[in-house]
Design a protein around this ligand. Structure first.
Ligand code: DSN
Length: 425
């Protein structure tokens, strides 16, 4: 029973609401015993959890540091300014807005800032690994703007820059999105810039996935080429749930006005504080080492699956990876990806089933897997362990009958035991 008195404000969750608390304990136990290969997830450090679960959640602070619509924002002003300054320093950006609630909201705000409803835009096709909010018909970007989409080439599955150029010339977009959700190779931001300059379009790079790699200096930096960059802070950056926008000084006022009051109400001060500590952590040598280990892990797992293609009947798209994730094509094996994912889940492996570009299957299934190294690298695993995981994945893909399930589950638990998640809980 929830107490009726004032003690409701001081009781710990486990005492106040054991029902919810037990569910949360269940999720923690799942995280501890799951081999997390979801490329967009990470392990938020304790300090991030403390900031994001803090008393800051109580404060209204519509507006920006020094210009709020609520009084008594002196501490919130300093906290937000700290997050802004750290984001600018980390990414060498002119301006940062740390208020978007998510990456989708950041994209919404950038469209609002730089385009008028009905304007033509050009984005990376969602069906070819792009983000939904770059123009897919089911999202605001597809409904309120006039989208065209480029994709990857059939022959090598690399982004088709000739198509980008041709579409840009034919469609005359006001804004071009670059950046991906399901792709595993570097993108030529300079070429995107040249194409945008040819047609007079803004270039917006969505670096939600690779922002941590950029911060660590281990991925081409889009900031010098883009008019604006959008990002999430909880993928490779490894921290607070939430989004951010970086942009050139000339666009700062428009971007800020599009975020508030254009698209959002009150910022989330607790999330902004958690972003501030995330950016501080991301500026350290330790973070750079974790990102290097993430890249090594992704590459080692991809190599193991390339070597095992004969027995798994699954191939690695583009033959490998430059980033924290890679894609597996299950089509040669004749297996549907959601069924394969269900098998992996039953072993305690978490990943993503995706529909790959040029998937010609008539059924609405998925043909591929997206495998990422970020959460496990954050947990401390290195190349030796990722090599073991590559073998585990190959064994699991080969084991169609499930005859080896018990053995595979034991191997996973033994591996994870050496890397406990959160010592403080
Ligand atoms: N949902 C994200 C992902 O998993 O890639 C896209 O933002």
């Amino acid at each position: 029973m929830i107490p009726d008195d004032q003690s409701v404000y001081d009781r710990p969750l486990a005492e106040l609401d054991p029902e919810l608390s037990e569910l949360m304990d269940g999720e923690l136990a799942r995280q501890r015993t799951t081999l997390d290969l979801v490329a967009s997830e990470s392990v938020p450090p304790r300090a991030v959890l403390e900031a994001q679960g803090s008393i800051l959640t109580a404060k209204y602070a519509d507006g920006f540091p020094g210009r709020r619509e609520y009084d008594t924002c002196e501490w919130i002003d300093e906290i937000e300014q700290l997050a802004i300054d750290r984001a600018k320093a980390l990414f060498h950006a002119d301006h940062a807005n740390v208020q978007p609630y998510s990456g989708s909201n950041a994209n919404l705000a950038v469209l609002h800032a730089l385009c008028d409803p009905g304007d033509p835009i050009l984005g990376w096709d969602f069906a070819h690994g792009g983000h939904a909010t770059h123009g897919w018909s089911e999202t605001f970007a597809g409904r309120f703007y006039k989208p065209a989409a480029y994709g990857v080439r059939r022959e090598d599955r690399l982004v088709d820059m000739e198509q980008v150029e041709a579409l840009a010339k034919a469609h005359r977009p006001k804004l071009v999105f670059a950046g991906w959700s399901c792709y595993s190779r570097w993108v030529d931001f300079r070429r995107f810039r040249e194409i945008c300059d040819e047609v007079g379009a803004y270039l917006v790079v969505d670096m939600a996935h690779f922002s941590g790699l950029v911060a660590a200096g281990l991925h081409p930096d889009p900031v010098p080429y883009a008019d604006a960059c959008t990002l999430t802070v909880h993928k490779t950056l490894g921290g607070a749930r939430g989004g951010a926008i970086l942009c050139r000084t000339e666009l700062a006022e428009r971007v800020d006005a599009a975020v508030f009051p254009g698209e959002q109400g009150c910022p989330l001060p607790h999330v902004i504080a958690a972003q501030a500590v995330t950016f501080a952590i991301a500026a350290t040598d330790g973070f750079r080492e974790r990102m290097a280990r993430t890249l090594a892990g992704s590459s080692v797992m991809a190599d193991a699956l390339v070597a095992a293609a004969g027995r798994t009947q699954a191939t690695v798209v583009t033959g490998g990876t430059d980033v924290h994730q890679f894609l597996v094509d299950l089509a040669p094996s004749g297996r549907e990806a959601n069924a394969v994912l269900a098998q992996l889940n039953s072993l305690g492996i978490s990943a993503n089933a995706i529909r790959l570009a040029f998937d010609e299957a008539e059924e609405p299934g998925a043909s591929g897997l997206r495998i990422g190294a970020n959460p496990l690298a954050a947990r401390g695993l290195g190349p030796a362990e990722f090599a073991v995981i590559g073998e585990l994945l190959a064994d699991a893909l080969e084991d169609r009958s499930g005859a080896r399930s018990g053995e595979l589950r034991r191997r996973i638990l033994a591996l994870l035991e050496g890397f406990p998640l959160y010592q403080f809980i």
